[in-house]
Design a protein around this ligand. Structure first.
Ligand code: HEM
Ligand SMILES: *[C@@H]1O[C@H](CO)[C@@H](O)[C@H](O)[C@H]1NC(C)=O
Ligand SMILES: *[C@@H]1O[C@H](CO)[C@@H](O)[C@H](O)[C@H]1NC(C)=O
Ligand SMILES: *[C@@H]1O[C@H](CO)[C@@H](O)[C@H](O)[C@H]1NC(C)=O
Ligand SMILES: *[C@@H]1O[C@H](CO)[C@@H](O)[C@H](O)[C@H]1NC(C)=O
Ligand SMILES: *[C@@H]1O[C@H](CO)[C@@H](O)[C@H](O)[C@H]1NC(C)=O
Ligand SMILES: *[C@@H]1O[C@H](CO)[C@@H](O)[C@H](O)[C@H]1NC(C)=O
Ligand SMILES: *[C@@H]1O[C@H](CO)[C@@H](O)[C@H](O)[C@H]1NC(C)=O
Length: 534
């Protein structure tokens, strides 16, 4: 009896933590991590900032001849955010504190790589993706895009609101102090050798910020006067180790003219070269060691922060799913992504929708396009719900029957998350009667609410930015219509309406139903609505 109960409890916990669509935060993190290039990716995906791998957007006048790369800047940014961690008291780590100018101004953060990456972090952060998650994702995607191994990614990092105490190692410090520093960060001496080698397969040291380590180079392919750690400084490979072991390295922290600042030399040699020799002998061993160490570095977060499970791509993922009430028609828009598949004209994909009356409708989906990810290692194909030559049309459903969940049938195989289906919330949605104009207001938002659902609240969600670059939601409640004022959308839905005064406001719609909050995903603005009737 007891063991059965324990088993049941564990099984339940397992289910509770699994990634089941829809999950707004995991859906968003999964998309930023896996939808990198091609169809239905954000306009500014992280891959567009690190590809080609010699890309250096920070100073477009010199571009690739700077001797720099955005990829290297992302990796150093993540390490310098992580390196403040104190594993004894649980403070510091990847918490986005490197975004604070006061932290960047410290001697331990010399260089302009942080100013480069922080501009891009701003474009990635949203209500579900913190500054700290964006920093971790930037480093991960730089490594994966530029020849490195695939890295396990967890999300959910919290943003610090003030700078951390200092803690990044300096090249002039002793080996003992570096061993102690990495121990404080949570890494053994062997892991320290690994992490430094894994990081220093990219980039190098700039003369401008380290004139005591690097001289002016007079090299037209390194106009920023960067002395590189290895001969292939924009790609991940074990040359940092092979060149070191062969004695041909030009790494300025190994063969620099001032031995005091030759920290890589002291670190790499600190176990009699055993670790570096193992990296030089096996590119695969180097790559797999780096995958583990980078994942741990990115998961170095302040105590109390709970990271998600490792986010793996959903094999079948609905995307851009949207319901709109159009009079007597319930419009269902959407796409589905089939992970790790290539275009195949013989494949058939059907979407099934299950309704409140126990019925199921189905429709054949059309192939739209592909996207790619993890440095081109994976391709995904995308299909539209009712995509025609006229564009992305919705499926037209009966509002009385509504829709409770979706399933897909791919070449005859049912895809429904192991029987759960892909749940759809049709309790509330935008109504097409929403309109713009109509002084003294800028427009009216009408939300169609399903009769009998009785949400405790319906509200607009406005995304704001606080003084330390964190996104937060302001909920603006819509007053429930009184019985007398209630306007029917159709026989199954009634309208809750709100006048807007700020035409520039973008928002999503939220509702609280049986104590659970739901949100629409598409940001709206009154400019999308038809003019209000006069
Ligand atoms: C004792 C430890 C370390 C020391 C003393 C050290 C020192 C340095 C120095 C002085 C630079 C030159 C920065 C510039 O000129 O802008 C640099 C660059 C870099 N470091 Fe480290 N580092 C250490 C560990 C790490 C680790 C653990 C990583 C990542 C896992 C890392 C990743 C990088 C990268 C990618 C660059 C190149 C940046 C670029 O070219 O823009 N470093 N490091
Ligand atoms: C790490 O935290 C412990 C406990 O608060 C403290 O004693 C120690 O000095 C800290 N280490 C560093 C390097 O700040
Ligand atoms: C070597 O570097 C150290 C630390 O930056 C500095 O104090 C020292 O003056 C340098 N020595 C020479 C000869 O440049
Ligand atoms: C490590 O290898 C380098 C390059 O071959 C060599 O110069 C150095 O002496 C070695 N260090 C140790 C501790 O064996
Ligand atoms: C991706 O698809 C290929 C070809 O079907 C297959 O061999 C491989 O195992 C798949 N990889 C993953 C991670 O699903
Ligand atoms: C799809 O719907 C048609 C009717 O529109 C029905 O005949 C067919 O059995 C359905 N197929 C599936 C797989 O549900
Ligand atoms: C797909 O869109 C077209 C154009 O709006 C519409 O006529 C058709 O009924 C839609 N198909 C389904 C299955 O809803
Ligand atoms: C919206 O404003 C109009 C006048 O412009 C007013 O008649 C109406 O009652 C307002 N509706 C709500 C829900 O406040």
């Amino acid at each position: 009896m007891v063991s059965r109960l324990a088993c049941g409890t564990l099984a339940f916990l397992g289910t509770a933590h699994a990634y089941i669509w829809p999950s707004p935060q995991l859906d968003a993190l999964e998309a930023v991590r896996f939808d990198q290039l091609g169809f239905n990716t954000l306009s500014n995906t992280l891959a567009t900032f690190v590809q080609p791998c010699n890309l250096f957007l920070f100073d477009p006048t010199i571009g690739p001849n700077a001797g720099r790369s955005d990829a290297a800047d992302w990796i150093r940014t993540a390490y310098h955010d992580a390196a403040t961690h104190n594993s004894t008291d649980g403070t510091g780590g990847i918490d986005g504190s490197i975004r604070f100018p006061a932290e960047q101004a410290r001697a331990e953060n010399a260089g302009n790589g942080f100013a480069n990456t922080m501009g891009i972090v701003l474009a990635i952060v949203d209500r579900y993706i913190s500054n700290a998650d964006a920093i971790a994702l930037g480093a991960l995607i730089a490594i994966e895009t530029c020849g490195g191994p695939e890295i396990a990614f967890r999300g959910g990092r919290a943003d610090a609101i003030v700078p951390n105490v200092p803690g990044v190692p300096l090249p002039e410090q002793s080996l003992d102090s570096h061993i102690a520093s990495f121990a404080r960060q949570g890494f053994t001496q062997t892991e320290m050798i690994g992490l430094v080698a894994c990081g220093h397969t990219f980039g190098g040291v700039q003369h401008n910020f380290f004139p005591d380590i690097v001289n002016v180079l007079n090299d037209p392919t390194s106009t920023d006067n960067v002395a590189h750690f290895d001969s292939t400084f924009v790609t991940f490979d074990n040359n940092v180790a092979t060149e070191y072991i062969a004695g041909t390295t030009k790494n300025p922290l190994v063969v620099g003219f001032n031995d005091t600042t030759n920290s890589d030399k002291r670190i790499f040699g600190s176990d009699g070269n055993a670790t570096m020799l193992s990296f030089a002998n096996s590119p695969d061993h180097f790559a797999s060691t780096c995958a583990d160490l980078f994942a741990r570095m990115l998961d170095t977060v302040p105590r109390g922060v709970e990271l998600t499970d490792v986010i793996t791509p959903l094999p079948v993922k609905p995307s851009s799913v949207k319901l709109i009430m159009d009079g007597d028609t319930l419009q269902l828009f959407g796409l589905v992504r089939l992970w790790n598949t290539t275009e195949d004209p013989t494949r058939t994909v059907r979407v099934l929708w299950h309704d409140h009356a126990g019925g199921t409708g189905n429709n054949t989906m059309n192939f739209i396009s592909t996207s790619s990810s993890v440095g081109g290692k994976y391709t995904a194909t995308w299909y539209g719900f009712n995509s025609t030559v006229f564009g992305f049309m919705p499926l037209l459903l009966d509002p009385v029957a509504g829709v409770t969940s979706l399933s897909f049938v791919v070449d005859g195989i049912l895809e429904n998350q192991g029987g759960l289906g892909f749940a759809i919330q049709d309790g509330f949605m935008l109504s097409q009667t929403s309109c713009q104009g109509g002084a003294p207001v800028s427009g009216r938002v009408d939300v169609a609410v399903r009769n009998g659902v009785h949400p405790s609240r319906v509200y607009l969600e406005q995304i704001n930015i606080d003084s330390v670059q964190r996104r937060f939601i302001t909920e603006i409640d819509i007053t429930p219509p009184s019985h007398q004022q209630s306007v029917a959308a159709n026989s199954a839905y009634s309208l809750w309406s709100m006048n807007l005064t700020d035409p520039a406001m973008t928002f999503t719609i939220g509702a609280e139903i049986h104590g659970i909050k739901y949100s629409t995903t598409d940001p709206l603005s009154v400019f999308e609505f038809a003019p209000c009737p006069t």
